[in-house]
Design a protein around this ligand. Structure first.
Ligand code: SAM
Ligand code: FES
Length: 348
């Protein structure tokens, strides 16, 4: 098994059979061997720096009905909210003061936010903070919309592919959503010139090792700048309420694999990872991750952006979140930096 880790370290690639063998036969000893290599690669590329992104969850309205998601449109108990442009800018003001130089605008697929409204928000942030990066995470839109956002100044786009296995995709989503379109969106975003992030949930219902192998092969093919992975966590008001959560252990193992596959990828230790284990994000960093995304949303709406049960940091002010994160990272020998934290290929 160590030979497989060595091969991945040296070449950045394994065959589908080898990925499967590595995942299915993993054990704590192999995991530690993998993490050590992943840390080395991460340190070679990004030192001990941890990049921060200020997450602004600006709407929890969504036209979609993903079976796993707490803000799906069929969840009539979800208390819906939208932030105004002024509120979003206030989040940026707070974030800038605290050292954030990337703002991530995330939301459900909310038709209220037309292309023109999104363009206006991006422009306003860029005028006020020209030294900051804007990342969008607002789901599937047309090529033209993505282009308009890019031309308005958006730098990055996060769109998790969710699963690269067609049959699995169908089990996670209603018929109204198309696997092909999701994939096409990712290639469109790349073509337009965004720094692009794909990703998936670990341990989502019906996921098999073969699905994970497909995910890894897809990631290698897309060659994204960012990969967001975190454990699936059930939400009580969804069709997957009774499904098992993904594990910390497998999520960490996959973070290590992805770091070796794409040595300079931007890899977050996600909030979901911090939700399934109190030290999940620290462990994620020690498995090869190099990004954290503290919440900048106003405290009044935090609890309403509930994608899964028991989501952490819903009761804190932004300042508390960042100082908590700073302490956490320092406790494992890493440091949060004040920078845009671009992908290495883009840094001057
Ligand atoms: N609407 C945008 C989109 O579709 O890309 C962004 C918002 S969506 C809520 C962000 C991500 O949350 C999804 O890509 C999904 O992977 C993750 N997510 C949703 N429900 C989850 C759950 N129950 N457990 C863990 N992650 C979840
Ligand atoms: Fe739309 Fe989750 S179903 S954000």
């Amino acid at each position: 098994m160590k030979q497989l880790v060595d091969k991945l370290y040296e070449t950045g690639n394994l065959s589908p059979e080898e990925y499967k063998e590595l995942i299915d036969n993993r054990n704590p000893e192999i995991a530690e061997y993998l993490f050590e290599k992943a840390r080395n690669v991460r340190i070679e590329n990004y030192g001990y720096d941890v990049y921060i992104r200020g997450l602004i969850e600006f709407t929890n309205y969504c036209r979609n009905d993903c079976f796993y998601c707490g803000i799906r449109k069929s969840n009539i108990k979800a208390e819906r909210y939208r932030l105004t442009k002024e509120q979003i800018l206030e989040c940026c003001d707070t974030g800038y003061e605290l050292g954030f130089r990337t703002f991530v605008l995330q939301g459900g697929e909310d038709e209220y936010f037309t292309d023109d409204k999104i363009v206006d928000i991006i422009r306003s942030i860029k005028v006020r903070y020209p030294d900051c990066a804007v990342t969008l995470s607002i789901g599937e839109r047309s090529y033209e919309s993505y282009k308009a956002f890019f031309d308005a100044g958006a730098d990055r786009y996060l769109l998790r592919h969710e699963t690269a296995d067609y049959g699995h995709y169908r089990k996670l989503h209603p018929r109204s959503l198309s696997f092909e379109n999701r994939m096409q969106c990712l290639f469109n975003l790349k073509e337009i010139g965004y720094q692009v992030g794909c990703g998936f949930m670990v341990g989502s219902p019906f996921q098999t090792t073969d699905c994970l192998v497909e995910d890894l092969l897809f990631i290698k093919k897309l060659n994204p700048h960012m990969v967001g992975i975190g454990p699936f966590i059930p939400h009580h008001a969804t069709p997957f309420a009774d499904k098992q959560a993904g594990t910390l252990e497998l999520t960490l193992f996959l973070l290590g694999i992805i770091r070796l596959m794409l040595p300079d990828v931007l890899l977050p230790a996600t909030t979901a990872l911090g939700t399934i284990h109190p030290k999940g994000r620290e462990m994620g960093i020690l498995a090869g991750a190099n990004v954290v995304m503290p919440n900048l949303s106003p405290k009044s709406v935090r609890k309403k952006y509930m994608l899964y049960d028991n989501k952490i940091c819903t009761g804190d002010e932004a300042a508390e979140c960042i100082s908590c994160m700073r302490r956490r990272m320092e406790s494992i020998g890493y440091r949060i930096t004040v920078s845009r934290g671009d992908h290495k290929s883009i840094q001057q």
